[in-house]
Design a protein around this ligand. Structure first.
Ligand code: NAP
Length: 225
């Protein structure tokens, strides 16, 4: 039975992944922040806790999860302030999104590498907005979010350079109907959570354990870095 640790799994895409992979026979451990409602997650997974911005929560997480995993998937992330503009952002807004979407998850990933099996897979929830090549749409105010996902992709790929035996996947889940994807119900997304996570489960089935560093969308299509 393959095993996965999902960081940020009590709602949204993380919960969808936990439910889908459990139904496909995976052993699932999922995390939430302390105090979150984990009722749905607990039905399909062992539950642990971590806030990716809090360095002092890493060691307690390591202690509580114990085992090694075939896949560790860092899903937690934020959209950032609605304006998402580099000309409007405060220092605090920029620092917070970079800490939450990039530095926090990657710092945690480094501290969890010894919890991966010998040819394990580290996946990070990226976005097509993290592609420098694809950043050609004028007028789309996503500066902070884009910067955080570009940096996430870069530091994930760096782990592969240092650990070529591991598979490192940066995955774009599609524009999916979560709280983030709909801006809390204000806009319509392109795909459901179920479609997104079914696709990502297929991506894991095909590419986990490949020993490659790949940037792929939820349908397995390669994205340009
Ligand atoms: N939905 C989309 O269309 C879309 C598209 C591209 C990429 N993504 C990426 O997919 C990932 C999941 O997003 P989603 O759409 O599922 O959003 P969501 O429904 O808003 O869920 C976000 C998740 O991240 C967790 N989280 C936020 N800050 C955290 C922190 N400091 N420490 C630990 N967990 C934290 C949340 O936990 P709390 O409940 O405690 O807040 C929640 O579990 C994100 O990385 C996002 O950038 C989403």
């Amino acid at each position: 039975m393959p095993s996965i640790l999902i960081i940020g799994a009590e709602r949204g895409l993380g919960l969808g992944l936990a439910q889908t992979l459990k139904s496909q026979g995976w052993s699932v451990t999922g995390t939430s922040r302390v105090g979150a409602d984990t009722t749905a997650l607990a039905q399909v997974a062992r539950v642990a806790h971590v806030d990716v911005t809090q360095v002092d929560q890493i060691e307690p997480l390591r202690t509580s999860i114990g085992a090694t995993f075939d896949v560790i998937f860092l899903v937690a992330g934020i959209y950032g302030p609605l304006h998402n503009s580099v000309t409007e952002a405060t220092d605090e807004e920029f620092l917070h999104i970079m800490l939450t979407n990039c530095f926090g998850p990657i710092r945690l990933a480094h501290r969890l590498l010894d919890r991966l099996t010998a040819k394990g897979t580290l996946a990070v929830m990226s976005s097509h907005r993290g592609s420098i090549t694809l950043n050609t749409d004028p007028g789309l105010k996503l500066d902070l979010y884009r910067a955080s996902k570009v940096a996430l992709n870069m530091l994930a790929r760096t782990i592969h350079a240092d650990h070529p035996e591991l598979s490192i996947l940066s995955i774009h889940p599609g524009w999916a109907a979560t709280a983030m994807g709909t801006l809390d119900g204000k806009v319509e997304a392109e795909i459901s959570v179920e479609e997104s996570v079914r696709g990502m489960a297929m991506v894991l089935a095909e590419h986990a354990g490949s020993g490659k560093s790949l940037y792929l969308d939820w349908q397995g299509n390669p994205l340009p870095w």
